[in-house]
Structure formats: C-alpha cells, structure tokens
Design a protein around this ligand. Structure first.
Ligand code: IVH
Length: 660
C-alpha cells in the first residue's frame, strides 16, 4: 500500500514561486505518475495557502493531470468535448466558512456525501438511451468510457422514464468497500482501483470489477429545486444517493451527522457536499471558471472518530500559559491509537462546551495532530480550571481565552520549557530534558543565560557526567556564543516569533536595538504579518527584555550583515527610503528600486514608521488600496510622516534629482 510522507513543517514559510513549484510537483506525482507522496489533506493545505497568497496563480488552475481534471485526456478512450464544462467543487474546512457560504443565498441546502471516486458524465438521448459516458478529463474534454460504463450495474442503459430531450447525468464511479475488501492486499485504495478498472480496454474485464455509480447532478431539465433533480434521478432508475434538504441553520449539524456515520458507509467519502436547493438561486450565484458558487464541499480533515473525554491534564508552556490536554478513551485515527488531544486553551474548552465524560468527535488535523472538533453528547461533570499553577503551585491569572502562571520566571515547567526551546533553536546539543531537569534542581540553570555561566566543575556534580562529557557540554555552549540575529530572536521563545517573523525582523530591521524599538503598527505594516501577531510579538519582546539583556552579556550577535554588504552610494536621496507598492506602468519595480538606490536612497521591502516615501504604481487596475498603502495610512494617522506619492511623482522626483 502506498504510504504518504508528511509535509516538511517549513512549507508554511514558502513564497509564491516555491509554493507553485511544489504544487506542480505533487500534481505531477499524483496525476501523471500515480504515486502521490503527500496526503490529500496536505495537498489541500498547500493549494489553500497558495490561493491565499496568490489567488490567481496559474498553478491553481492547472491542478489535475498535466493540465487539470480527474484523468488525463486520452488516457481512457477517445477524447470527447463536454456539453458543459465539468467544474470542480469549492472547498471549506470550518463551520464558519460553511455558514458564510450558506448565508450567500436563500432557501434550503441539499446535503450529500462527497464520493471519493472518478467523476463521470453520462449523456442520455431523448428516448432515455445511454448515448455517451465520459470522464472529467481536463473539465472541457474528457475520455469516452461508454463501453465500460455500460458494465456498471448501477447505470441504467435506458432511463425508466424517457426524458423527452437529451439529458446529462453526472456522478461518481466508485468501488464499494465490501467489493474492495477482495483486492485490499494488492491495491492502495478503492479510488485508484476504480480508476484502473475504468481504464480496462476490455469492457468485460472492466465489468468484472463490480464498480458502482452515484448520480448527484442532472442537467438539461427544468426542475425548480435540487431535491426534484435528485428525485428524478431515482425515477430514471439510478440507485438513490443519500441526500437531505435541511434548513440553513442545520447545515453544520448535517455535516456532523455524516462525519459521524462515515465509518458505517460502504464507500469512501472525503467530505460532505452542500448545494443551494433553489435552482433560481443557483442561477443567480452562477459559476467561476473553477467551481459553481451554488455548491461547496466541506472536506474531512484526516481521520475522524468519536470517543469519550475522561479528564483534562494541565501543563505549563514556556510562555507560562497553562494549557489543557484532553485525556480520551483510546481511538484509532489515521492508523494510530490516540489517547490525548490538545485543547489549546481554556477558551477552547468553553467554546466547545466540553464537559468530562462527554462524547466528542476527534480528528487528526492534516492527518497528524489530534484535535477535538466538537461535542457529540455532553458529559456529567464540568471541567474546572486549575486554581493554582500545576507546576509551581503559585497563583494564576486569566487573560482572554488563556490562563497563565503568575510567575513563569520562577516556575519550573515554564523555565524548563523556555531553556529547552533556546537550546533547540540555538543548536546546543547534549541538553535533553533530563539534563536540564538536573541543572534546574541544582539551581545551576534557571534561565537560558545561565547556560553560558556553566563551568565543567558544575557539571561534574551531576550523575553520570565525567570530565569528558562535562568538557563537551561546555564546548557545546561556547560554540553558540555567536548567533545570527534571526536565530537569537527565535530562540527567545516568544509566541508567534517563529522562523518566518524572526527572518522578517532580522532582514527588515537589521539590529537588535532597532528590533527592540519596533512598534506593533510598524510590524503589522509588513505583508504577511497581521495585527494580532504584530501585537503579540512586540509585547513578547518587551516582556523578554530582562532575558535579552542578560543573554547579551554572553552572546555576540551577527547583525545587519545584508545591510552592510551593499550600502547605497551617497547621493541626493541619501537618508531617504522608498517602498514600492502596486504594479508600475512605466518600469519594473526592480528598475525603480535601482533608480532610487543609484541616487543614494534606501529601498526596503516593508513600510515602517521611518519610511520616507511610499511609491504607488500607476498601473492600478482595481483602484483598491494595497496592504502597504493601508499600512502607511495607519502609520500616518499614528503620527508618522510617510509621504505617499505616485509613480509619476517618483519619476519626476528622480528625474529632478539626477546626479549631474
Ligand atoms: S456536486 C462541481 N456532489 O467531487 C459540480 N459532486 O472534488 C457539483 N463529487 O468535481 C458537483 N461527490 O465530481 C457533487 N455528492 C457530490 C459529489 C461530488 C463527489 C465530486 C465532483 C467534483 C469533485 C470535486
């Protein structure tokens, strides 16, 4: 059976070109080589991120076999052009997203399982005879699979009720799990096997696989509702596909219901499909090039199961946050026995309405991290928040959704977490939890800075540490007395100050002194950093000031290397900085930056309080303000003196200040 490998966790830091390359790579593995390396959920994560960063990326449109769709054109049979394009489904992953979509139209919602098979279009003539069956292909052109589809028992060769005109039925060819059971040892999953069966040249061989068909779309009729269409499909002789019309407030519950019954079904589903019931509303909503707006798929995340919460364990994170973990009756999820699931913070417990003894739905997000999704049935006992810190017994205080230890700097768990994080980010080896625990108990290491004070003689006092090891450990620490600013910032263990933000801080602000002066507004002005993260990071930096000062007595920072490498020459624009935003009409952004630099100007990427000019490109197609413009507006309202000028202004200005 084909195994997938988890995504490198650093994928979140990839920029658009790198993401595009990755998506294309996995498209190729999946569609052309039939050897996917990552799970579908991970693939979805990649494409969602790309959609967020670059909604118009061509890589999103190309998704599918060397150019889009469910099967490479020509792979199954003669190419045939679809009467109407076979689109994809838009996806959502959370209740709020689903509710938002439901709010976009009037009337009921029709709910059906999202079959994980091969999408097919069947054309029936006016007398009801099956005329053509085709795979989705690239959405425009698919492959003729009529001969093989005739071998599928679920597909009527002639509709029981002549439609009186040509109609098209779309649905999924799939293999029931009870049928797949006979092939389990040889094939990875029923979907791939169904695809293989459809590709058989000999229709008899294809029929021998015992494929099934689920009809979920009817085109070419005048029905007023989706419900009526489904009913007509049943009258035509297709086996009824589970579908339910629910009121708009019940869509989320309908998702839960199917998710909970997933394991009982005799076929694989990877989500739930919702459609606006009213055909008038469907027309009004219309289509994008990729998907109809009247339908959406709420995809399952990893595997799902229900289990019972037996209690909650509280632990103290390095930030002093006291975090709950649900202790659950062991449940098999995505091939692993799961008995604990993070509850993130007390606010999450409240939001879930979680009680002890409750039956809950648990998933492994992205197939990995166990997460309690919602309560299926409440339990008898309320979950009490700890009144004292579970590690040091000291006081606690709440702040929003969170609960904190009052004195993390003297709380063993928080300090150990903090030091362990520093050691891991700085790359100091040999200091595992056991060693750090011993050092803590002996009062030798009570902060990351204490590591630099360790002497070999201190370490000798510890069990099983001899001269050699002691010397090695001291050398390990000594080797990390010089750190890049980026690593140093990340090692501080500040919430949200991970790799991405650390890199931005180091490249944008260059020196520690400057980083410590960064305001939340300046940080939020940088593309990809939101206001909440900006606030958390600047607050965290302020709170970590004593640790930073102490560390700086031992650590030498490599600062501003990039800035020092290529200072602009002195010129009429010296001391002024130019940030560019929007598409420029007359020259490339790079050329514009070079022009400013040639005159002594600086050209950082982000708008900050100290930016002199924000240059807005003249080629504005939508007239909307860019993130950088909005950021500059905010900073100006806040008292900064950034001048927002047009491309034309910039050209005139650099023209006027041209060196003689
Ligand atoms: S309705 C796109 N209903 O999933 C037009 N589609 O991943 C609306 N699919 O291309 C289709 N189960 O082929 C609909 N119950 C269901 C479905 C379903 C599976 C397929 C469909 C679509 C694909 C998107």
């Amino acid at each position: 059976m084909a195994k997938t490998v988890p995504l490198d966790p650093h994928w979140v830091n990839l920029d658009v070109p790198a993401l595009e390359a990755l998506v294309r790579h996995h498209d190729h593995l999946y569609w052309d080589k039939h050897e996917p390396e990552i799970s579908d959920t991970d693939y979805d994560r990649l494409t969602r991120r790309l959609k967020e960063l670059a909604p118009d990326s061509p890589a999103l449109r190309e998704m599918g076999p060397s150019g889009g769709g469910d099967g490479e054109v020509g792979r199954y049979g003669t190419p045939v052009r679809h009467r109407r394009p076979m689109l994809s489904l838009d996806k959502c992953y959370g209740d709020d997203e689903l509710r938002e979509w439901v709010a976009s139209f009037k009337g009921d919602v029709v709910v059906s399982p999202k079959f994980d098979g091969i999408a097919c279009s069947l054309v029936f003539d006016e007398k009801g005879a099956l005329a053509l069956a085709a795979t989705r292909g690239d959405g425009q052109v698919g492959d003729d699979v009529t001969a093989n589809v005739r071998g599928i028992a679920d597909v009527p060769k002639r509709l029981r009720e002549p439609p009186g005109r040509e109609v098209e039925v779309r649905g999924e060819v799939f293999m029931r799990l009870s049928v797949f059971a006979g092939y389990k040892d040889k094939f990875a999953n029923p979907r791939n096997l169904a695809a293989g069966a459809m590709k058989q040249k000999d229709p008899k061989k294809s029929a021998a696989y015992g494929l099934s068909f689920a009809a979920y779309e009817l085109l070419g009729t005048d029905h007023a509702t989706e419900r009526e269409r489904f009913d007509a499909l049943s009258r035509y002789g297709f086996p009824a596909v589970e579908r339910r019309a629910v009121g708009r407030d019940d869509a989320v519950a309908a998702y839960r219901d199917l998710a909970a019954r997933r394991a009982e079904l005799d076929f694989e589903i990877d989500g739930v499909v919702f459609k606006a019931d009213d055909v008038g509303e469907q027309r009004r909503l219309g289509l994008t090039a990729h998907h109809p707006r009247y339908a959406i798929a709420y995809k399952f995340q990893g595997d799902t199961g229900t289990t019972v919460v037996r209690g909650v364990e509280w632990s103290v994170a390095r930030t002093g946050a006291i975090t709950p973990v649900a202790l659950i009756d062991p449940v098999m999820l995505s091939g692993a026995l799961v008995s604990r699931a993070s509850l993130h913070h007390p606010g999450f417990i409240k939001k879930l309405g979680l009680t002890s003894g409750a039956e809950v739905l648990v998933t492994r997000r992205g197939g990995v991290i166990p997460n309690v999704e919602h309560v299926v049935k409440p339990g008898p006992t309320a979950i009490e928040l700890p009144a004292a810190c579970p590690s040091c017994g000291g006081g606690v205080h709440g702040s929003g959704d969170f609960l904190y230890c009052d004195r993390p700097s003297s709380c063993r768990a928080a300090v150990m977490g903090q030091v362990a994080h520093y050691v891991s980010v700085a790359g100091i080896e040999g200091f595992g939890d056991r060693m750090l625990g011993e050092l803590y108990e002996r009062g030798l290491v009570r902060s990351a800075a204490d590591l630099y004070r360790l002497r070999a003689s201190d370490l000798l006092a510890i069990d099983r540490v001899g001269d050699k090891l002691a010397a090695k450990l001291v050398a390990q620490v000594a080797a990390k007395r010089t750190l890049s600013l980026e690593v140093f910032l990340r090692a501080l263990g500040i919430d949200e100050l991970g790799k991405h933000v650390a890199k931005i801080l180091a490249t944008e602000f260059k020196t520690l002194a400057r980083v410590l002066r960064v305001t939340a507004a300046e940080l939020a002005a940088i593309h990809t950093i939101g206001p909440v993260i900006a606030e958390t990071v600047t607050e965290g930096l302020a709170r970590s000031r004593p640790l930073v000062d102490e560390l700086c007595r031992h650590v030498t920072l490599e600062e501003g290397a990039a800035a020092a490498a290529a200072p602009p020459p002195a010129g009429p624009l010296s001391g002024q900085s130019f940030v560019f935003t929007g598409k420029m009409a007359t020259l490339e952004r790079k050329a514009a930056q070079e022009r400013a630099r040639a005159l002594g100007g600086l050209t950082p990427d982000a708008v900050t309080r100290t930016t002199t000019y924000l240059v807005v490109g003249d080629d504005k197609s939508d007239g909307k303000k860019s993130t950088k413009e909005k950021a500059a507006d905010k900073l100006v309202a806040d008292g900064a003196s950034i001048k927002i000028i047009s491309e034309t202004d910039f050209l005139a200005m650099t023209e006027a200040t041209k060196k003689p």
